[in-house]
Design a protein around this ligand. Sequence first.
Ligand code: 5GP
Ligand code: ZN
Length: 135
Amino acid sequence: MSCIFCRIANGEIPSATVYEDSMFRVIMDLGPASRGHALILPKVHAADLTELDRRTAEGVLPLAAQIGTAMKKGLGCDGLNLVQNNGAAAGQTVSHFHVHLIPRYEGGPDMVTWQPQPSEKEELEGLAKAIRDAM
Ligand code: 5GP
Ligand code: ZN
């Protein structure tokens, strides 16, 4: 098993664990974006979202809600971002699907943001069609 997150998720490498069940381990991120930044790791390897099996995918969001609720209570955060990077172009540095749970605090740094660009109706329709036709 060469994948670092496979080894962490399956307990071969120790980690600060928040939660564990037969499918997932939730750990503290080693390089946190904010106080309490955690990662949901499936125990079965999938490089990214496009490779994730349906059962694992269906388990992720309820678990994120459960951990997010506990973060609000246990850390006193005011909000929460879920971040999930797919591919190097999107900022993925570890090729094992994971979801970032980033607690947010009032007055804290603005870290997950983008600059909205103008759009044309026809362009949006064309883009929607390009994706729809590939499904
Ligand atoms: P990505 O950029 O792939 O979406 O996120 C990878 C995340 O994993 C980063 O936030 C990084 O800090 C974290 N990370 C990388 N290696 C380790 C590790 O060995 N242990 C833990 N706990 N976090 C890691
Ligand atoms: Zn892996």
